[in-house]
Ligand binder design. Structure first.
Ligand code: SAH
Length: 476
């Protein structure tokens, strides 16, 4: 894929721009440029009536005749809108040679800038571009946004703009100002504007400003579950907290797609534990970072894969925060067991096959050893095992030794919920061999129990489950 376009909003007030062409398309472009305050010159042999009227009123300047490079003198931006593709392209090439940004209407290739589809609410503008690849899609999205965004947003933007200087003067600290804006946006002012009560909204804004304490906001930590990777599995609350964060301390397991939904100017710090790394040092560093940033008045999001309270050391982190008097909240997430089961088509409980589920970890060798083998091996119980792929052999041996049927089905879910998800199925006796044959990599979750057999029929996401490979035939 080629590089994406870089979005900008241009200030064209009093700057000379050139529209080439004298027809209806050129007229629309000239009008849009006039609305942005540009000094518009229109070059064409003849102008359609409305353009001619604008020229007569001296709102635009008419350059008569066919395109000549002299038209480009002093020009900042060109829109080529004649119905002759060759003329447009020649003009675009001449403009580009002089370093002038040019749009050729309906010709992305010949253009050096493109005009986005846009949604306007007063001074607020949303611009949408498909980079010239799918203008229909951009237009469709624009229509959707038009219906989603209330008209009163324009009034809100205008109101905030009118009092911008006053707000800055009263709340010079950025964090305090953000707290104020959040209060305004989540309070009743937008509702007043929706009902057209502009004076009431303005009074309330000023009263809120007077009442808002100018001191720094108190720092706090939100322990947030990021889910298994698919950003659609974030909770609304997690999304909101991510958009208010000043600092995000995230695990390695947290997907890029989830991080992309967070506030753009939040500082991101990867604090992931490398496999085989020094867990104690990593955890101490996480604690120190939470403390440092919260004490500086920042809103810290400690973002963890899955759910923070399921094999996530969330408990330890809260105890640390409590001991240091830092306020905190916890936002649950979809844990890997639930997500992997759902995305592999394996119901964790089932009237006929399983009456309980156990979430266990076999990450550390001792963790697996500490589990009571007999209760683990019980039938009609689903095991969801959070683990490194290396522990499979030991686990399978122990379960069989304690009496779990070697024919018990399993589903091993790698990268659950992500586009690259793979599901590998088989029976307990074949587990280590099968995982190895398919080169299953972390992160992977093992679902063991009668229900795992349902994956073959109920799978719906991504590719069908991979089965056990044939055992190598005994040498003849
Ligand atoms: N707090 C997390 C678990 C952390 S332990 C949660 O609630 O999900 C890390 C283990 O979770 C990994 O070794 C793996 O077994 C499992 N895991 C996390 N994300 C996963 C994913 N997308 N697919 C499969 N397993 C995953």
């Amino acid at each position: 894929m080629s590089a994406p376009l870089f979005p900008v909003f241009l200030d064209l007030r009093d700057r000379p721009v050139l529209v080439i062409g004298g027809g209806a398309v050129a007229r629309r472009k000239a009008q849009a440029l006039l609305a942005a305050g540009a000094r518009v010159r229109v070059g064409a042999p003849a102008l359609e009536p409305e353009l001619a009227a604008l020229a007569a009123q001296q709102r635009i300047e008419h350059l008569p005749g066919r395109f000549v490079p002299d038209w480009l003198d002093g020009i900042r931006l060109v829109v080529a809108a004649t119905d002759d593709a060759a003329v447009n392209r020649a003009a675009a090439a001449a403009a580009d040679a002089r370093g002038i940004w040019t749009n050729v209407v309906d010709d992305a290739q010949a253009s050096t800038f493109q005009v986005p589809a846009r949604v306007e609410r007063g001074p607020l503008q949303i611009a949408i571009s498909s980079g010239g690849t799918a203008p229909m899609l951009a237009r469709h999205l624009r229509e959707r946004l038009e219906t989603l965004l209330d008209d009163s947003l324009g009034a809100l933007a205008t109101l905030l703009a009118r009092h911008r200087a006053r707000i800055r003067a009263r709340l010079p600290d950025l964090a305090a100002r953000r707290g104020f804006f959040e209060r305004v946006l989540e309070g009743t002012i937008p509702g007043l504007l929706r009902r057209g009560e502009h004076a009431g909204a303005e009074r309330l804004l000023l009263a809120t400003l007077d009442a808002h304490a100018p001191q720094r906001a108190q720092g706090r930590v939100a322990l947030v579950g990021a889910g298994p990777g698919d950003p659609g599995l974030l909770t609304l609350r997690a999304l909101r907290v991510l958009n208010q964060a000043d600092v995000i301390l995230h695990d390695r397991l947290v997907s890029e797609a989830v991080l992309a939904l967070a506030r753009r100017d939040a500082e991101r710090i990867a604090v992931g534990k490398a496999v085989g790394g020094d867990h104690h040092a990593t955890q101490a560093r996480i604690h120190a970072l939470m403390l440092e940033h919260a004490r500086a008045g920042r809103r810290v999001v400690r973002l963890k894969g899955g759910d923070p309270f399921v094999f996530g050391r969330g408990g330890e982190e809260l105890e640390f925060l409590r001991a240091h008097g830092i306020p905190y909240e916890v936002v649950p997430g979809v844990t890997a067991a639930l997500a992997c089961a759902a995305y592999a088509g394996v119901p964790l409980t089932h009237r006929e096959h399983a009456h309980s589920v156990r979430l266990v970890t076999a990450h550390a060798r001792d963790a697996a050893d500490a589990l009571d083998g007999r209760t683990l091996a019980q039938e009609r119980q689903t095991l969801a095992v959070y683990m490194g792929v290396t522990g499979l052999e030991t686990l399978a041996q122990r379960l069989i030794a304690h009496g779990r049927d070697p024919a018990t089905p399993f589903a091993l879910v790698e990268n659950g919920s992500l586009p690259q998800q793979r599901v590998v199925t088989g029976t307990l006796a074949d587990l280590p061999h099968t995982a190895c044959a398919h080169a299953v990599q972390a992160p992977a979750l093992l679902i063991l129990g009668e229900v795992a057999a349902l994956a073959a029929r109920l799978h719906w996401f991504g590719a069908a489950p991979l089965g056990a490979p044939p055992r190598p035939a005994a040498a003849a």
